[in-house]
Structure formats: C-alpha cells, structure tokens
Design a protein around this ligand. Structure first.
Ligand SMILES: Cc1cc2nc3c(=O)[nH]c(=O)nc-3n(C[C@H](O)[C@H](O)[C@H](O)COP(=O)(O)O)c2cc1C
Length: 189
C-alpha cells in the first residue's frame, strides 16, 4: 500500500497531479493507495507538548492527521507532494511534517520500519529545478531521519494550474519512478 499526501489547496494542482500520476503508475500492476488531501483536512500543528516522547506512544492530538500518521507506519512506500511557497514547502505541508515528531520514542528510536522508499514531489514557478537545493536537502535530511530513502522529483517552471501535464519529460520521470515503486509493492506481497 502506498500512502499519498497532497498539500496544495488549489484546483488542478501541479504537485497533487504529479503525485497522483506517480501513484497511478505504481499501482498499475496491483496494490492500493491511501490518499490524504491535507487542504481538505482539519488538523493542528505540533504543540511541542513532548507527550509522544515521554508518556504516550503516539501524538496526543486526535484530529484528521491521526489516521495519516498511522498509515505512515504500515505503508510500503510514501509519496509526498508540496508546492514551493517562498522557497520552501507549503505551510500546510510543514504543519503535517512537524507532527512526525511523534514517530520517534523517548530514546529517539523509530516507531516506523526503516528502509522504505519515499518520493518527494515539489512544483515551483522557478524554471531552475536546482534553484532551491537547500530546501530539498533539508527535506531529505528530515525524511531520512525517519528511516525513508528519498527520491526527489521537481516540476520546475510551473506557474498556472495543471501545467505539469504539458511536460513530457516530467511525466516520464514520474511514470518511471512509479514503476520502480511497483516492484517494491510486489516484493512486499
Ligand atoms: C504563496 C506562494 C508562494 C510562492 N513562492 C514561490 C517561490 O518562492 N518560488 C517559486 O518557484 N514558485 C513560487 N510559487 C509558485 C508555485 O510554487 C507554483 O505555481 C506551483 O506550481 C504551485 O503548485 P500547485 O499547483 O501544486 O499549487 C509560489 C506560489 C504561491 C501561491
């Protein structure tokens, strides 16, 4: 099963479309998708209460992120998508990411299996895919701290909604990584 997380609020979003395309290629030969659209969900950011690292084994905030955090623990692969906002991920995406704090215990041991693939997809208006390398490095450092092996795919030069569909090279890259994930899904059966 693949957990897919979308974080753009706009219709015909590039980042969400990219994630859906990749996930569709991954499950073409079988497998399930659990899709979470953060813009339609009601959730809070981390309050830093520290309970998850002391008294409980999960986040004490019970909201729409609770089933998503549980899904991250049992999936075979993860696909995360964000638009680039001011050189970083969207605020919605960051609020989700802060809640990952609960995925480690008091000894900072992972509450997740390690070694699973994660695709991080970002769409941006800037035409240079390497224009925000610091952000990409920072994201992949966080994901690897939670045991994931990150593959990053950037949709660059995408301003208007749905523009990703006009980029053949990008679509091929999404399909190719989807097929790689498909092999991971078959192995885990
Ligand atoms: C609030 C806001 C900030 C943005 N900041 C940047 C930016 O710093 N660099 C950039 O390349 N594009 C920026 N953009 C453009 C978006 O990243 C771009 O339109 C992207 O394709 C949107 O993805 P979506 O269709 O998934 O929402 C910004 C857009 C918005 C609305």
């Amino acid at each position: 099963m693949i957990t897919v997380v979308l974080s753009s609020g706009r219709k015909n979003s590039n980042s969400s479309g990219m994630a859906n395309r990749l996930a569709a290629a991954a499950v073409k030969a079988g497998g399930a998708i659990e899709r979470y659209d953060l813009a339609k969900m009601d959730f809070k950011g981390c309050t830093g209460c520290g309970s998850c690292r002391s008294t409980t084994d999960s986040c004490v905030i019970r909201d729409d992120l609770s089933p998503l955090l549980a899904s991250l623990k049992r999936c075979d692969a993860v696909v995360l998508a964000s638009p680039n906002y001011y050189g970083y991920v969207s605020g919605t995406f960051k609020a989700f990411l802060d809640r990952w704090y609960s995925l480690r215990d008091a000894e900072r041991k992972l509450r997740l299996p390690a070694g699973r693939p994660l695709a991080f997809l970002m769409s941006q208006g800037h035409p240079d895919p390497e224009g925000y390398q610091n952000t990409l490095n920072s994201m992949s450092t966080i994901f690897s701290a939670y045991g994931f092996e990150t593959k990053t795919i950037i949709g660059a030069g995408l301003q208007g909604p749905g523009e990703f569909t006009e980029r053949q090279e990008l679509l091929s890259e999404l399909d190719a990584f989807g097929e790689e994930l498909s092999a991971t899904l078959r192995k885990s059966k």
